[in-house]
Write a protein that binds this ligand. Structure first.
Ligand SMILES: [Fe+2]
Length: 477
């Protein structure tokens, strides 16, 4: 499939904070283009590294939050004799309607109910599916994800196929953080909804067939971003990041932190019914991204970066507060649930500020010893402005770090296993980074056993990549 290359039109006339500097979108699609390489790419590293993120095409309508941008995929293919880069916007129906009009007409999430006129967007619908958050591969399909819409299928060349609804079986949204069991090939996911049922849980089998659906009772509609699985259970966090339906269309916050609602962990057998979920109270808190979860007898453990309170800045009137995590951050923590005692709790793992934790995905649902995390160490960092890669080794209770330099930015630390490896950390950490001093974006490759020594190779991209969200590694075969 070949696709006409698109151009962007943003100059940021509105001076939106989330479109400045390293977050300013790129205006063109290029590639496939061979990349310059500094150092040596490991011979066993063969596959496709793809990162998703917001890359607004037109000047935004009204306020702009980084969650609002049009999805763009940056793909770096590690072939036998070269490394090739390409980038593509996800051609959502909403974006294609805007391209036809030559301007943006869909408002940002803070004003999402202010739908564009149907006469303008026609069949593209009232909400634009940004598909800007993550990318996964399941049952042979690459799916770009956005938690408020259907997954969007793209080809290995990153050209858009269209929204995928599991053969008509998925009516609603799909989280951007599903979990794949590498042993069974099953895909586990959920959607949250502003109206009952507030939470729906799904399982697709290894062929991609949707085989299980459960509506779960929740006391309030919440913004749930991630969840975890063990070998036998799915675990949900009902944290008080609450949608206020009454605030829709008003100046009041649509998403509010309501600690009085409490926080609960819900444990459901993987194919369980609605009455089989068990809830366990913990201190009010929120986890946006989990590393992993695992069971040890009747005890379930979950690792993630923990917020004591949450402010994503979705409603901030002050432009300087548009993006959260300026003053509020998340720190590594471990939660536990004792199924036999009916109790749950948590303990801190570290005091660094971080997010976007990842593990060796071959360990999904199993006890994990090596945790990878981008961290903020510079004062005043905005959301997404990570500067340090951290590895925790729970076997030795050690932390190692690599700092990207005073003008360096790093992204999610994605683990690519060495096919010849045996240990959990036999493999590489791939990281799409940007150095503002050199105006250079690179994929950094670290030996995951020793990140402190710095990258073993740097793949130089032929153009800048704005700061983005999640990435994944898709090995050959
Ligand atoms: Fe996420």
């Amino acid at each position: 499939m070949t696709t006409e290359q698109l151009r962007g039109h943003v100059t940021n006339v509105g001076d939106h904070l989330d479109l400045r500097g390293e977050m300013f979108p790129v205006d063109r699609e290029i590639g496939p283009t061979a990349c310059e390489i500094v150092g040596r790419v490991p011979a066993n590293l063969r596959g496709h590294f793809v990162r998703n993120g917001p890359n607004q095409m037109f000047e935004p309508v009204g306020k702009y939050h980084t969650f609002d941008g049009d999805g763009m995929l940056h793909g770096i293919e590690f072939l036998a004799d070269r490394v090739v880069y390409r980038n593509r916007w996800v051609r959502s129906r909403g974006l294609m309607a805007e391209i036809a009009l030559g301007r943006a007409v869909y408002p940002g999430l803070s004003d999402v109910m202010n739908f564009p006129e149907a006469s303008l967007v026609g069949g593209a619908g009232p909400v634009k599916n940004r598909a800007n958050t993550h990318i996964i591969r399941h049952a042979g399909k690459l799916l770009a994800l956005w938690e408020q819409g259907l997954p969007t299928e793209v080809t290995p060349e990153l050209d858009t196929v269209g929204e995928w609804d599991f053969g008509g079986k998925l009516a609603g949204a799909m989280t951007a953080h599903p979990r794949i069991d590498p042993r069974t090939g099953e895909l586990f996911f959920f959607s949250y909804n502003l109206f009952p049922p507030y939470l729906t849980y799904y399982v697709a089998d290894a062929t991609g067939a949707l085989v299980h659906r459960v509506d779960l009772d929740m006391p309030a509609p919440i913004m749930m971003h991630d969840f975890v699985i063990t070998e036998t259970h799915a675990v949900f966090m009902d944290s008080p990041v609450v949608f206020d339906i009454k605030a829709l269309g008003t100046a009041e916050p649509m998403v509010a932190w309501r600690p009085e609602n409490g926080t609960r962990l819900g444990v459901l057998p993987r194919r369980g019914g609605p009455d089989e979920i068990r809830w366990f109270e913990v201190e009010p808190s929120h986890i946006q991204h989990f590393w992993n979860a695992w069971a040890d007898g009747d005890r379930i453990e979950l690792a993630g970066c923990r917020y004591e309170k949450v402010d994503f800045g979705l409603q901030a009137e002050d432009a300087e507060a548009e993006t959260g995590v300026v003053t509020i951050g998340a720190r590594p923590a471990k939660y536990w649930i004792d199924l036999s005692r009916g109790a749950a709790g948590w303990e801190p793992l570290d005091d660094m500020l971080g997010e976007f934790g990842r593990v060796n995905d071959d360990r999904t649902g199993l006890r994990t010893q090596c945790l990878y995390m981008p961290a903020f160490t510079r004062p005043g960092a905005l959301a997404g402005q990570f500067d340090t890669i951290v590895k925790y080794d729970l076997r030795t209770d050690t932390r190692t770090t690599w700092y990207a330099g005073d003008q360096g930015y790093i992204g999610e630390a994605v683990f690519a296993p060495d096919p010849a490896g045996t240990a959990e950390d036999d493999g590489w950490i791939l990281n799409l980074s940007h150095d503002s001093g050199r105006n250079r974006s690179e994929v950094l490759i670290f030996d995951a056993r020793d990140i402190a020594s710095g990258p073993v190779a740097r793949v130089q991209l032929p153009q800048r990549a704005p700061l983005g969200f999640h990435a994944n590694w898709f090995p050959v075969g």
